[in-house]
Design a protein around this ligand. Structure first.
Ligand SMILES: N[C@@H](CCC(=O)N[C@@H](CS)C(=O)NCC(=O)O)C(=O)O
Length: 220
């Protein structure tokens, strides 16, 4: 079993965190053919995005589906809460992250240069990002993690994307509130930073993402 991708991707970091929490040794490997658009990689994952998990020559794309696979294949230590209702809430955190948060963070990458900035686009993205964190706050349980006292799938999905959101807001100096400054999300973030496995992956992700942002700035 091999996981292809770079830790600078929040979707790759999601799978890495999930595998670590489940006690699965899953080191990152270089994409077959040298990159994620190579014919060899596209044979495994026609979407041409990272991550891809290769299992016995077959490719599985999409970070959430990879986590589902790991859960099915390695059920011994679950990465989901025990009760069905809590499992649903943990998964819902991941779904909200993908559908209502991440899609509004992406456009901010195109607004990093203040001289060429579209203020209306930044304002619209900021409103949606704040709304998404509001949804997340409401679906999270008492915690301190998304659902319960230990990290589960929802934390793996939301953690790296929150780190990315905060880093972009800071790097761009955007007038968007820090999503984890107060309330339930602040408690959650503190729990994430205080958990050895989550913190290790968040730190690796953060360092790699900073490098990516520097490279992007040098190209501007
Ligand atoms: N829905 C996908 C998103 C994966 C994704 O967007 N990966 C980005 C890196 S963060 C990528 O591979 N981008 C390359 C491209 O789109 O060409 C998942 O959950 O795995």
């Amino acid at each position: 079993m091999k996981l292809y991708g770079a830790i600078a991707s929040p979707y790759v970091a999601r799978v890495v965190m999930y595998a670590k929490l489940k006690g699965i040794d899953l080191p990152l490997a270089d994409a077959p053919g040298g990159n994620i658009k190579s014919p060899e990689y596209l044979k495994l994952n026609p979407i041409g995005k990272m991550p891809t998990l290769e299992v016995d020559g077959q490719g599985i794309g999409e970070s959430t589906i990879i986590c589902d696979y790991l859960e099915d294949a390695y059920p011994q230590k679950s990465g989901l809460p025990e009760k069905p209702i809590d499992r649903a809430r943990s998964r819902l955190v991941g779904r909200i992250t993908d559908l209502y948060l991440a899609q509004h963070v992406g456009p901010l990458f195109r607004q990093m240069n203040p001289a060429k900035r579209d203020a209306a686009a930044v304002e619209a993205a900021g409103k949606e990002i704040t709304k998404a964190f509001g949804y997340l706050e409401q679906v999270m349980g008492p915690g301190p993690f998304c659902v319960g006292a230990t990290p589960t799938f929802g934390d793996c999905a939301l953690g790296p994307t929150t780190a990315m959101t905060r880093k972009i807001i800071a790097a761009g100096g955007f007038d968007i509130p820090d999503p984890v400054a107060s309330g339930r999300l602040a408690t959650w973030w503190k729990a994430m930073e205080g958990n050895a496995t989550c913190a290790e992956v968040l730190n690796a992700y953060g360092t790699a993402f900073d490098g990516f942002m520097k490279a992007m700035a040098a190209r501007r």
